[in-house]
Design a binder for this molecule. Structure first.
Ligand code: GUN
Ligand code: ZN
Length: 440
């Protein structure tokens, strides 16, 4: 067993369900004892209480930092690490000029393996321990991602991206081949360690009805797999999907009519959602990954979070690397807060506790991972310790806060990858004071 002593912040209860200004929305302990056995948190209480029953045990004292649950990113693209930072283009132009040329390079297994290494190390550096990841169009590259994630023990849900129209030819595959490639990858990786498989048509813009049927077939071939895609991101994309699917009721229906939406589905963006679409998502129990920095970078629009919540659609956050501008979920939370503010009365004024929930326990809920998301007894010990360098603005701010809520606000405003000092997944430390190393 391991006994941790820490200043800990987490959100075990959904702060959207209660009054967000209620201080109990954020659970903050100045001096918490956490006992971890075989990766699971088995005790948590004031340190003095936990100490009594573990008198002789060595203590890992983290009180010089801030202990948070491991961060959860519900939407990003592995082949786009090197495409981050292209600004000033709307979605379809950005795909054509930036993302898709880079994605074609992953046909080369050596290139893919290098990118997989960069991608996984970037997740760890940002303190992200769980992610729903858009894979590559090439099976060998998807294998490289799962293998690399396994070396670090990250909780990755991912899959082969499939398309049969509307993209450069090297990224296309016929639906029969897509069904068998997906089923083979799912059989190999779904449930292998912490990996799970997600059936992943890129978006209806690049998938025929036959391809979406093939996706449903692949999902049925390996029970328990997940489903992910994009929806309602950009007005030109939405209009083209309407033209391509004249019999669909709306964009969400292009997936729903193929039986692809359920509680194990997550759709990214949904910026331009109708009430009818939100009702379908809520009835299906499908979650939405809101990606605010991507929505800003591509000028996609302001996410209607209030309407999602009113319909009962589960919302979490994603970086959407590489349209998104980096791996930090703190930056994503901050951007979500800014953008909801810009919506005025139609926005949700997000509290620090809500940001933490959206980037931890809310993400776990959207991904159906009850074992992670906060630091309660029974959960896996997936955690990060923030320790800003002395003299940085975050360090100064945190040394002068009057409350845990104030500290958390400063963390979302100011924290970045260099502040993530230690990272644990399932009780195993995979990063320590800036050194990122695989554990197996
Ligand atoms: N829609 C289809 N593919 C993509 C992608 O790679 N990034 C974003 N943001 N939207 C997409
Ligand atoms: Zn995306």
């Amino acid at each position: 067993m391991t006994l941790f002593r820490a200043r800990a912040l987490d959100t075990p209860a959904d702060p959207f369900a209660a009054d967000p200004r209620d201080p109990s929305a954020l659970r903050a302990g100045e001096d918490v004892g956490i006992v971890v056995e075989d990766g699971t948190i088995t005790e948590r209480d004031d340190f003095a209480v936990v100490r009594e029953s573990h008198a002789g045990e060595a203590v890992i004292d983290l009180r010089d930092g801030w202990l948070l649950p491991g961060l959860i990113d519900t939407h990003l693209h592995y082949p786009q690490v090197r495409a981050i930072g292209a600004l000033g283009m709307p979605l379809l132009e950005w795909l054509e000029r930036c993302a898709l040329p880079e994605e074609q390079r992953l046909a080369d297994p050596d290139y893919a393996s290098d990118v997989a290494g960069e991608f996984v190390r970037s997740l760890v550096s940002a303190g992200t321990t769980t992610a729903l990841v858009f894979g590559s169009h090439f099976p060998v590259a998807v294998d490289a991602l799962f293998a690399e994630a396994e070396r670090y023990g990250l909780r990755i849900t991912s899959g082969l991206v499939v398309s049969d129209r509307g993209l450069p030819e090297p990224l296309l595959v016929d639906p029969r081949r897509a069904a068998s490639d997906q089923a083979a990858l799912a059989a190999r990786w779904h449930g292998a360690g912490r990996a799970r498989y997600a059936v992943t048509p890129r978006f209806s813009y690049s998938a025929s009805d036959a391809m979406l049927d093939a996706c449903a077939e692949a999902a049925a071939a390996v029970p328990g797999t997940w489903f992910t895609s994009h929806v309602n991101e950009n007005p030109a994309e939405v209009a083209e999907v309407g033209r391509l699917f004249p019999h669909a009721e709306h964009y969400v229906d292009t997936y729903d009519r193929h039986g692809l939406l359920g509680p194990r589905s997550v759709l990214a963006h949904n910026v331009h959602a109708s009430d009818a679409e939100l009702a379908v998502l809520a009835a299906a129990g499908t979650g939405v990954a809101h990606c605010p920095s991507s929505n800003s970078a591509l000028g996609s629009g302001l996410f209607p979070m209030r309407r999602h919540l009113a319909h009962g659609v589960a919302v979490a956050l994603g970086t959407d690397v590489g349209a998104g501008t980096g791996f930090s979920m703190f930056k994503e939370g901050l951007q979500a807060c800014f953008m909801q503010g810009l919506l005025g009365a139609e926005g949700v004024p997000l509290s620090a506790a809500q940001l933490l929930w959206l980037t931890t326990r809310g993400g776990a809920r959207a991904l159906g991972l009850d074992e992670v998301g906060d630091l309660s007894v029974g959960r896996q010990f997936d955690a990060i310790c923030l320790r800003p360098r002395t003299g940085t603005t975050l360090d100064i701010g945190l040394r002068h806060v009057d409350s845990a809520t104030e500290a958390l606000s400063k963390i979302f405003a100011l924290a970045g990858d260099p502040d993530v000092a230690d990272v644990w997944v399932g009780g195993e430390q995979i990063a320590s004071a800036g050194l990122r190393r695989p554990i197996r």
